[in-house]
Write a protein that binds this ligand. Structure first.
Ligand code: AMP
Ligand code: ZN
Length: 494
């Protein structure tokens, strides 16, 4: 089945095909490590992760590279405020980012760091200057001359025909509607970190790192380049200008942009102060799997409004899927098979794939799976499920989870790590009663719970009701819910 994907460059949904054989080369703009990432950032990284996982599931050989921006205006400012050397400052937030990405089950790309590629960037800028695409100013900074690149604006679809030739900007992020010659290299300022290079002492601007590192890792033309919608202009427009001026070749085939996570209609962002980090939400007692599920529940090309109601619904959805899987795994069904359930499983697999093949329609994929769960649960209740039916249903769940990655119940261990982090940062008071409760309920391992459930059953069979009641009370106190079903006793965590 063809994979159709929206391409910001063409403004259309196109059939995705790699440039070379079965090999997909993808670059995603990574975090600027100057603080903890908020869940808006992670919405974008999860959208890229869904793309990554879908390409892998489709059988492509994927090479996925992501940069860590470890030098820029904000980093320099915050490191100075913290009174910490740049590297030490960025290492802390890079580690935090990777831990959070891990908690959200985001598959790791190959990481490349801006500060490890300063000589290559200087070389690249020198080359642009030789070709007349860049110029040096009196203070020793270098700027890209956008008047030399007539296609400037082709990604963002902006018309810069009347732009002022030679107007310059040296901040990394700038106004959406003005086209300016942008800084490739910034002359040193007192107190700022800088490097010696073949074009003099200074530090790179933000845009150059992505052109240089992506082409170094993936070649001059590659398949996919991803980021959040705010990167379309100026960041990605500038990357195209730098790269195509240097090589004379098309830089990237498909541009993939995830739309924003909003809070009450506004972009979730550091500067507006309306943000939650993953850690904030976990400290309130929310599970990483609920957060991942919520962030993937609206297709990436629609903005998603964050609400706590939505988060609770996501938690309930994950819980329903996990319970369904547990039910399939633990119930003793009668021998035989029921053709209609096997068909249901196969059709659902196809529907999930079709939904994702159409520009990664995650909402439709989730809806297809929930239809299956509803019908299959009803079949179990009606005694129609047979032994041989569980395996196709479980493999449909697995196929879904290769993309959505929420079924594995390892939330509590991740939440425990975040609680430990809060303690180590002297923020114990931020651990909510809900998180305390969730952690307490996990005091028993699965094996321990199973053992206690067996003891409880044995006591009951022996009509030793005071013992069975006591075991049940202990389990309840540990957050374990016991359910009597037609098939016997089942348990789950609260
Ligand atoms: P930064 O660390 O600021 O460079 O951002 C990392 C990624 O998060 C970039 O791809 C941004 O486009 C993206 N991003 C920032 N804010 C949001 C938001 N509210 N919703 C979705 N993505 C965002
Ligand atoms: Zn970038």
């Amino acid at each position: 089945m063809a994979f159709r994907l929206f391409n910001t460059l063409s403004g259309k949904i196109e059939e995705f095909r790699p440039l070379v054989d079965n090999q997909v080369r993808m670059y995603a703009c990574g975090p600027t490590v100057y603080d903890y990432g908020h869940i808006g950032n992670f919405r974008t990284f999860i959208a890229v992760d869904i793309l990554h996982r879908f390409l892998r599931q489709s059988g492509y050989n994927l090479r996925h590279v992501m940069n860590i921006t470890d030098v820029d205006d904000k980093i320099i400012r915050n490191a100075a405020q913290a009174g910490v050397p740049l590297k030490q400052f960025t290492a802390k937030y890079e580690d935090a980012f990777l831990e959070d990405a891990g908690a959200l089950n985001i598959e790791q790309a190959k990481l490349v760091h801006a500060t490890d590629h300063i000589p290559e960037m200087a070389e690249f800028i020198a080359n642009l200057a030789e070709k007349g695409f860049a110029y040096r100013t009196d203070d020793g900074s270098y700027y890209f001359r956008i008047a030399k690149f007539p296609e400037y604006g082709k990604l963002s679809k902006k018309d810069f025909a009347g732009m002022e030739d030679g107007a310059r900007v040296d901040v990394d992020e700038y106004e959406k509607d003005s086209a300016r010659d942008f800084a490739l290299w910034k002359a040193p300022k007192p107190g700022e970190t800088s490097w010696d290079s073949r074009i003099g002492r200074g530090r790179p601007g933000w845009h150059i790192e992505c052109s240089v590192m992506s082409m170094e890792e993936l070649g001059e033309s590659f398949d996919l380049h991803a980021g959040g919608e705010d990167l379309i202009f100026p960041h990605h427009e500038n990357e195209i200008a730098q790269s195509e001026s240097a090589t004379g070749k098309p830089f990237v085939r498909f541009w993939f942009h995830a739309r924003f996570l909003l809070v009450e209609g506004e972009k979730m962002s550091k500067s507006l102060g309306n943000f939650y980090t993953l850690r904030d939400l976990v400290l309130k007692g929310h599970k990483p799997s609920s957060i991942r599920y919520l962030l993937s529940s609206v297709p990436y090309r629609h903005q998603l409004n964050f609400t706590f109601g939505g988060l609770q619904q996501a938690a309930a959805s994950v819980e329903r899927l996990r319970n369904f899987r547990l039910r399939l795994q633990t119930t003793n069904f009668p021998a035989g098979s029921n053709l209609s359930l096997m068909t249901l499983a196969n059709e659902t697999s196809a529907r999930v794939r079709e939904a994702l093949s159409e520009d990664l329609n995650t909402a439709q994929a989730q809806a297809a799976l929930f239809d299956m769960v509803r019908v299959a649960n009803a079949a179990i209740d009606a005694g129609e499920m047979k032994q041989a039916d569980t395996s196709p249903l479980l493999s449909t769940l697995d196929q879904f989870d290769e993309i959505f990655a929420v079924l594995n119940d390892d939330d509590i261990a991740k939440m425990q790590r975040i609680a430990d982090w809060a303690k180590s940062e002297g923020r114990e008071k931020d651990i909510s009663p809900e998180l305390h409760e969730a952690l307490r309920s996990n005091a028993l391992s699965d094996d321990q719970v199973n053992e206690k459930v067996e003891q409880m059953n044995a006591a009951r069979t022996a009509k030793n009701f005071s013992t069975s009641d006591a075991i049940r009370a202990e389990l309840t106190a540990n957050g374990i819910l016991i359910e009597q079903t037609k098939e016997g006793v089942r348990w789950r965590r609260k």
